[in-house]
Write a protein that binds this ligand. Structure first.
Ligand SMILES: [Zn+2]
Ligand SMILES: [Zn+2]
Ligand SMILES: [Zn+2]
Length: 131
């Protein structure tokens, strides 16, 4: 149904202007800062709709929080995420694809899927912490 369409559009747009992964709370705060009256529950639902529809990537932070991002590719890919500033790099990981397929079939598993995201400190944040 077309319920809450403007909210969903607002969330989609806000996500598109965000570089890295953001939590629903972070995106909600940004929308409110921009003057939107949108509610947090609506942001949560819109984000999970976008993720379900393949319009956003989602992952869990090291703290177990759900994070979202409108990725530039809808193909299978992995992420490098700076846990300090949120900078995100989309990466291919051929070695991971090969390994996942091999280890699954070695154990008699078919249709293997995997989620691999790497958290670390980006170059700028590394410089800032060691300066
Ligand atoms: Zn992505
Ligand atoms: Zn960083
Ligand atoms: Zn993969």
């Amino acid at each position: 149904m077309k319920r809450n369409t403007w909210q969903r559009e607002a969330v989609r747009e806000a996500l598109g202007t965000t570089d890295g992964f953001v939590s629903a709370q972070g995106l909600h705060a940004a929308l409110r800062d921009g003057g939107s009256p949108i509610g947090l529950a609506t942001v949560y639902r819109a984000l999970s709709d976008l993720a379900d529809g393949g319009e956003a990537d989602s992952l869990q932070s090291m703290e177990g929080e759900a994070l979202y991002r409108a990725c530039s590719t809808d193909g299978h890919h992995h992420h490098l995420i700076c846990r300090n500033c949120g900078l995100t790099v989309e990466i291919e990981a051929d070695a991971v694809e090969t390994w996942a397929t091999q280890v699954a079939s070695a154990n008699g598993f078919s249709q293997p899927q995997h989620i691999v995201d790497v958290f670390g400190l980006c170059a700028a944040c590394t410089r800032a912490t060691t300066a």
